[in-house]
Ligand binder design. Structure first.
Ligand code: ADP
Length: 170
């Protein structure tokens, strides 16, 4: 294969297939849902060429959110973060594609929206860190943990997408 980073052929070796099939957990937080930004956020990932493989809306329990944000439990903003995230519906998604964990973070922008470049989701739609409208996994390991925390295996859809395979990847 001469285009190993982007090859999506079934005959490619496993590490190459894995990169095209990388998955990340993206969530529209309650402020993003209330502000009617769900469609715009989905559109950005779709238009980029990533593949949506799971999506649901739910109001998460505090216990569920405390596990999701377990690495931040010592932070002073932790109780407020849990209250905010439990205050309304969340749109939880799994997106798939080449380098989607890293690129998803780039598309979201910095944690603090005021430090986020225009063109990023937070840079275009948010002002304060405590209302930054979206979540994205920060590493492949976090993505795997978060996907398993938010979705049952049968809620994730493995489907062939010949259009994406032919026209998004070489
Ligand atoms: P990210 O969501 O960009 O991965 P972190 O994992 O550091 O950022 O923080 C998780 C979430 O906690 C942030 O998205 C934001 O909603 C909230 N948060 C982080 N820092 C602060 C802060 N200083 N004040 C209020 N909320 C914060």
């Amino acid at each position: 294969c001469s285009a190993q980073d982007t090859c999506s052929s079934d005959s490619c070796p496993e590490p190459v297939k894995m990169s095209v099939n990388e998955r990340t957990f993206i969530a529209v937080k309650p402020d993003g849902v209330h502000r009617g930004l769900v469609g715009k956020i989905i559109a950005r990932f779709e238009e980029r060429g990533y593949k949506l493989v799971a999506l649901k809306q739910l109001t998460a329990s505090k216990g569920h959110l405390e596990v999701h944000y377990q690495d931040l439990k010592e932070k002073p903003f932790f109780p407020g973060l849990i209250d905010y995230m439990a205050s309304g519906p969340i749109v939880a998604m799994v997106w798939q594609g080449l380098d989607v964990v890293k690129q998803g973070r780039v598309m979201l922008g910095a944690t603090n929206p005021l430090a986020s470049a225009p063109g990023t989701i937070r840079g275009d739609f948010a002002i304060q860190t405590g209302r930054n409208i979206c979540h994205g996994s920060d590493s492949v390991d976090s993505a795997n943990r978060e996907i398993a925390h938010w979705f049952k295996p049968d809620e994730i859809n493995d489907y062939a997408s010949p259009f994406i395979n032919s026209w998004v990847y070489e």
